[in-house]
Design a protein around this ligand. Sequence first.
Ligand code: 4NP
Length: 151
Amino acid sequence: MKILMVCLGNICRSPLAEGIMKARATEAGLFWTVDSAGTGHWHAGELPDQRSIHVGRKYGIDITGQRARQFHPDDFDRFDRIFVMDVNNRRDVLRLAGNEAHRSKVSLILDETHPGEECSVPDPYYDDNGFEAVYQMLDEACQQFIRSSGH
Ligand code: 4NP
């Protein structure tokens, strides 16, 4: 299984999602490829946001090896599933999709825990206190995805 996590900047939400999914998959004995990207280019090459690094570290997840990159249309073929953090990310990614096979790989990550409810992971960039909640909802969604994929 190859999974790509996508948000806007690839510095706050999707790096945590990548780190959490990697950790939970490894705990489940799965050798999954997990990566992340942003729909925007502004933060390319940067480390994750210090607040994401901090909350990850609190739960034993080190995301400091990650560097931000922009989503590229090649990602549709390189990954089996593309989990977007919010409805804007979904719109921006789907705009780049070339066919139905590409489109069918894209879903909101919170559909794992709240199917059909159109729930977005809130952008915590301007909310220092938002990172803990983001961590918790991503962790539940990642664990649920692993369970529902038969592991
Ligand atoms: P992310 O958060 O999409 O979760 O990485 C953001 C990071 C940076 C910006 C917006 C959201 N920004 O506007 O620079």
